[in-house]
Design a protein around this ligand. Structure first.
Ligand code: PMP
Ligand code: GLN
Length: 387
């Protein structure tokens, strides 16, 4: 046998927790409140628009930065919701989902010799991509139960070599949507540094209780330093389509496009046209989805305390988190495995989103599921915990 030596970053990684828990859910016929994907597809009109494009074309490589129809629709969306002006020629890049947008942004803006700062809990793709790009990864951990963004802690890890800070709001897995005050303090620290910020805003519309989503890029001094990432999958309940985008200053988008051209080069044209249609015609679906998600969050938040879970606040995203210490002394991973196998409910342990593996007393419930599915999960948990 040859002695293969693989990229150590990926060779040592386990399969993502989302795939692991979804497989466990299938194996044990568990209700899947683990992996965050809706169990109802987004509007038929969007799927019709895309299928028309599949039949009638175009079906060959679209432009590297994306179909102009979609780039114009992304620009119009940013103007309508945030008053942002992005030039479709220079400030917008269409990607294969938020995941590719993140990878291309990290590869384009960070890399050999640079430092990348994560705010933990951090979405699981950030660190391996930054490490594989050759960057040194540092992190700042938020602390429960309020998970406030701490600008002083950020200032302490930033050095002249910091090329990128990753910011996710609303934040997966904890459902925080950062306030204007928190973001202003954050922006003041960034303004004194050499860093760019990659803002993962894939849940920008999924924000509750009348809160306003505040893109960091709208704050003073941030337009030239921030790229904002969006995902049609989350806006239109079409997570399998993998249509995403990066928006920001031409200078930043240009170098990100250099990475994108060798990752995927482009994204299926029919799906791009479907999403252009969606942004122009189906934003009411997204706004309605937010109301439905809020009611699903409430259903869970009301039921879980009676079962022994300590529910934490949830301001946005697909996810509600809860403490498990009243129920068990086990670490969260063991608890989630037991629940999938014995109670028939799959969840996600929060420790996987922290580089130090702690805290390990919190679990994540995805509520982007049909109401009946959530009710079924609650009934199974009631039975299992003997309530
Ligand atoms: N960022 C976060 C925080 C996410 O939760 C997800 C989810 N799936 C992504 C990025 C990736 O988005 P996409 O499915 O569009 O690749
Ligand atoms: N973002 C989704 C989640 O947090 C999962 C996406 C994936 O499986 N990669 O559940």
């Amino acid at each position: 046998m040859p002695k293969h030596q693989f990229n150590p970053v990926f060779a040592k990684l386990p399969t993502t927790i989302f795939t692991v828990m979804s497989a466990l859910a299938v194996e044990h016929k568990a209700v899947n409140l683990g992996q965050g994907f809706p169990d109802e597809d987004g509007p038929e009109s969007i799927r019709e628009a895309a299928s028309r494009a599949l039949i009638e074309g175009p079906n060959q490589y679209p432009p590297m930065r994306g179909r102009m129809e979609l780039r114009r629709a992304i620009a119009a969306h940013a103007r309508r919701f945030y008053g942002l002006n992005f030039n479709p020629d220079t400030d917008i890049l269409v990607t294969s989902g938020g995941t590719e947008a993140l990878a291309a942004s990290i590869l384009g803006l960070a890399g050999q010799g640079g430092e990348v700062v994560l705010i933990e809990p951090a979405y699981d793709s950030y660190r391996p991509i930054a490490e594989a790009a050759g960057a040194i990864v540092k992190s700042v951990a938020l602390t429960p139960p309020d998970w406030r963004l701490n600008a002083d802690a950020l200032a302490r890890v930033i050095t002249p070599h910091t090329r990128v800070v990753m910011l996710n709001s609303p934040l997966n897995p904890i459902g925080r949507a950062f306030t204007r005050d928190e973001l202003e303090d954050f922006a003041r620290v960034i303004a004194k540094s050499n860093a760019c910020v990659i803002c993962d805003e894939v849940y920008e519309h999924l924000i509750f209780d009348g809160r306003e989503h505040i893109p960091l890029i709208t704050l003073p001094g941030m337009r030239e330093r921030v790229v904002k990432i969006g995902s049609a999958g989350k806006m239109f309940s079409l997570t399998g389509w993998k249509v995403g985008w990066v928006t920001g200053a031409a200078r930043l988008v240009e170098v990100i496009a250099k990475a994108h051209q060798f990752l995927t080069f482009t994204t299926p044209p029919g799906l791009q046209l479907g999403i252009a249609y969606a942004l122009e015609n189906e934003m009411d679906f997204t706004l309605g989805l937010t109301r439905t998600l809020q009611s699903h969050r409430d259903l869970l938040a009301e039921a879980l305390p009676g079962l022994g879970f300590d529910v934490l606040p949830c301001e946005g995203s697909y996810f509600l988190t809860a403490g498990i210490r009243k129920l068990t002394n086990e670490p969260d991973v063991a608890f989630c495995e037991r629940l999938a196998k014995q109670a028939g409910v799959a969840l996600i342990p929060l420790s996987v989103f922290f580089s130090g593996g702690k805290p390990d007393h919190l679990v994540r419930f995805a509520f982007c599921k049909k109401r009946s599915v959530i009710e079924d999960a609650i009934a199974r948990l009631e039975k299992y915990f003997g309530k």
